[in-house]
Design a protein around this ligand. Structure first.
Ligand code: SF4
Length: 271
């Protein structure tokens, strides 16, 4: 396919990102995700189509909206335009050993676009990160992995049945893909969202420890559940299944970290 006409669907580009891999980065958020995690803080990423949301704006104590604001989520972008946008900050990547990160949604869902983009980034000498749930075709994951310097690989729950209940998908392919890329020597940081009452009981943590200690990974990062996505659920008119769940305490996070370290894993708590 001609690169000039190939387009991807994205919903955000974050400049000066410092939490999506080493150094200063540009993070591109792909729209579309095959999963439906109960705690997802990017519900606007799920649909594979652009969406328009309407927000009613109220004035003072009036219960009647004084105007409506429309917001378009998701836009098509050509490969060349996106490459140009990413390269604007090359000087910052160079001074900080940073680069570009592809996140989502699930970037593997737009595999053709992702692959061409990664190849282009490597031609231009950029460090590449793919932040993925690993929920994708294994042949695609294998092909893409040749152009990825670091995977941020999200693992939500080890038990297959429980995973399906809370994410809408089995984790069998996710675990297989993870094993494949680590066996092939790719650099992988595992990210586990810690979701109170869903994946934080001692048995869940033991299953994470047992599964991950057999793999060659850089480290595990624990991401405490937070409620910053709540407003997005309201705007999208989507049911927020986590509204009664509170953030884990610092003490809870430290206890989970210590339990995982007993399996010989290097563990870090992210903010
Ligand atoms: S995989 Fe990530 S983007 Fe997709 S639903 Fe789950 S948390 Fe959201």
């Amino acid at each position: 396919m001609n690169n000039m006409v190939l387009k991807g669907l994205i919903f955000d580009i974050k400049k000066f990102a410092v939490h999506d891999g080493p150094g200063i980065r540009t993070t591109v958020f792909f729209k579309g995700c095959p999963m439906d995690c109960w705690w997802c803080h990017n519900p606007e990423s799920h649909s594979t189509e652009p969406q328009t949301i309407t927000q009613e704006i109220f004035s003072g104590s009036s219960s009647k909206a004084c105007f409506e604001r429309k917001e378009l989520i998701g836009r098509e972008i050509s490969l060349d335009t996106l490459v140009e946008e990413i390269m604007k900050d090359k000087v910052f990547y160079d001074i900080s050993q940073g680069g570009v990160s592809f996140s989502g949604g699930e970037p593997l869902m737009q595999s053709e676009f992702l692959l061409l983009l990664l190849k282009k980034m490597k031609e231009l000498g950029l460090h590449t990160v793919v932040d993925t749930s690993g929920c994708g075709n294994s042949a695609i994951v294998r092909e893409v992995s040749d152009y990825v310097d670091l995977f941020l690989y999200d693992l939500k729950i080890v038990d297959e049945e429980k995973h399906e209940k809370y994410t809408g998908k089995s984790n069998s392919i996710i675990k297989q893909n993870l094993k494949m890329i680590t066996d092939n020597g790719h650099k992988v940081i595992i990210r586990i969202p810690i979701i109170p009452t869903i994946n934080d009981n001692p048995n869940d943590i033991k299953q994470f420890g047992e599964f991950l200690s057999d793999l060659n990974i850089v480290r595990v990062e624990l991401l405490p559940f937070h409620k910053i996505g709540e407003e997005k659920y309201r705007k999208l008119n989507k049911i927020n299944r986590m509204k009664d769940i509170q953030k884990p305490t610092k003490k809870d996070m430290i206890s989970i970290k210590e339990r995982l370290e007993k399996f010989g894993l290097v563990v870090k708590i992210e903010e």
